[in-house]
Write a protein that binds this ligand. Structure first.
Ligand code: ARG
Length: 459
């Protein structure tokens, strides 16, 4: 049964029917479709298109329908309807007969679908926001427990300067704060109702669109129907924010995969999120993290998919836009799952304090301090850099660390170096000096942790 049979003489080709059908994936929107239909019926009543008795019957039947699919929306998949809108309308007609046929007055599937989608996106965004907060909380718990764990910080994947494990956690909290604020920002532009836009030029009935919008939880109604049924910017925005969020999670995964490697040995991932090898009995592989790292790709793919669908698409609605859904649904589910996986990883992580510190002690990550020491003695930084570079070369050739060099060796390269050099180049000294805003100094870090705990309400 189609919604548009009257004008057609011949049956649809079976393959076309299947090709055209969106019920297989838009069934996900059934609750939103029913809720928006109830609001629409109320608007029709306020405009005297339905009597209050008629509206009552329609609303009650829609509520029954909602209850019927509440626990398992998939039951509607066994039907042959083209899309979720057809299914809801046909099911209503089955329940209350002819009266059900009045519901579509002044409405089009074009304004319906984008209303349903926006309602769905809103719910999913709230869920994502919650998960982002939860992940931040987990980072803060780890940060607080590892405030004084010194490890190497890297540039070019070469040991660069010492940092703390807490500081590394706080870096990801910052990224997640930006993801959160970007998502909230999307919500502002998305929270505007397109219902009552009709097919493309507005509805011919006297509908109070503002009230209708408010009744569905939107902040306002859209300004231009032609734009409203064509607009999928909010999907592009969500997918671009999701891509950035996933990019952050992929970097988090990569960092931890490396920290967990035999080479770094800074952390141990729990058995609960790793898997073994079918052949090599010693293996414990970071599959959870590797999958997060890889799933970033499919979210980027979704973004490119929607951008390409919309490119050069003439106004207003075109069936091309049916292709906006699977990529959206998949990307949001993927991001949510990856946030959840990241939380699981952190909940069970073990930090190996000693090997973190040992690694920070190797790799000359205190070389900058030697240069800064010389600067304090009046040497120009560029020159101090050069002297220190030669000292590092010397130490490398003798397989020594800078702090194990004799004072007399330091003095070969600069007679300005005195006995106090040693206290300037301890790992603690390296950290403590960086106490300006955003620096790694433990004082700064613990203040940052306190601030985040307050913000996240975990005190
Ligand atoms: N299944 C369609 C979609 O996802 C719903 C809107 C159909 N509108 C139409 N004029 N055929 O975009």
């Amino acid at each position: 049964m189609t919604l548009w049979g009257g004008r057609f003489i011949h049956e649809s080709d079976a393959f076309f029917k299947k090709f055209n059908k969106s019920l297989t994936f838009d069934y996900i929107l059934v609750k939103e479709d029913i809720k928006a239909s109830i609001s629409w019926s109320q608007a029709l009543m306020k405009s005297n298109i339905l009597t209050s008795d008629e509206q009552n019957i329609i609303e009650s039947a829609l509520l029954v329908l909602l209850r019927e699919i509440q626990d398992d929306t998939k039951i509607i998949l066994n039907t042959s309807y083209e899309d979720v809108h057809s299914w809801v309308e046909a099911s209503l007609i089955k329940k209350i007969g002819k009266l059900g046929k009045k519901l579509h007055t002044g409405r089009s599937r074009n304004d319906q679908i984008t209303t349903d989608l926006k309602l769905w996106c809103k719910n999913k965004i709230y869920l994502l926001l919650e998960n982002i907060i939860e992940l931040q909380k987990n980072f803060i718990v780890i940060a607080e427990a590892n405030e004084h764990v010194i490890m190497p910080g890297y540039t070019h994947l070469q040991r660069a300067q010492p940092i703390t494990f807490a500081y590394w956690c706080l870096a990801y909290v910052e990224m997640l704060k930006r993801d959160f604020s970007r998502l909230k920002d999307v919500l502002k532009r998305l929270n505007i109702s397109p219902l009552g836009s009709g097919a493309l030029s507005g509805t011919a009935w006297n509908i109070d669109r503002k009230k209708l919008a408010l009744s569905m939880g939107f902040a306002s109604a859209t300004n231009n129907a032609l734009d409203s049924v064509s607009d999928r910017d909010y999907i592009v925005e969500i997918l671009s924010v999701s891509s950035i969020g996933m990019m952050h999670l992929s970097r988090f995964s990569e960092d931890l995969i490396f920290f967990n490697s035999g080479e770094a040995n800074f952390i141990e991932l729990s058995d609960s999120i790793t898997s073994g090898s079918s052949l090599m009995p010693q293996k414990k592989n970071p599959d959870g993290l590797e999958l997060i790292r890889a799933k970033c790709g499919r979210v980027y793919g979704s973004l490119f998919s929607i951008l390409t669908v919309l490119k050069s698409l003439p106004l207003s609605y075109n069936k091309d836009m049916q292709e906006d859904k699977e990529c959206l649904f998949d990307a949001i589910e993927t991001w949510n799952n990856c946030l959840f996986m990241a939380i699981l990883v952190l909940k069970n992580i073990k930090i190996k304090h000693i090997s973190c510190r040992q690694a920070a002690e190797k790799g000359y990550s205190n070389a900058t301090e030697v240069a800064d020491y010389l600067v304090k003695k009046g040497v120009a930084f560029r020159e101090a850099h050069d002297i220190t570079g030669r000292l590092v070369l010397h130490a490398i050739s003798r397989k020594q660390s800078l702090s194990s060099l004799q004072l007399s060796t330091f003095q070969i390269y600069s007679n300005l170096i005195e006995d106090d050099i040693y206290q300037h180049i301890t790992l603690e000294a390296c950290l403590n000096k960086r106490c300006s805003q955003g620096g790694v100094a433990p004082k700064q870090t613990s203040q940052a942790i306190m601030k985040e705990k307050k913000r996240l309400n975990i005190i």
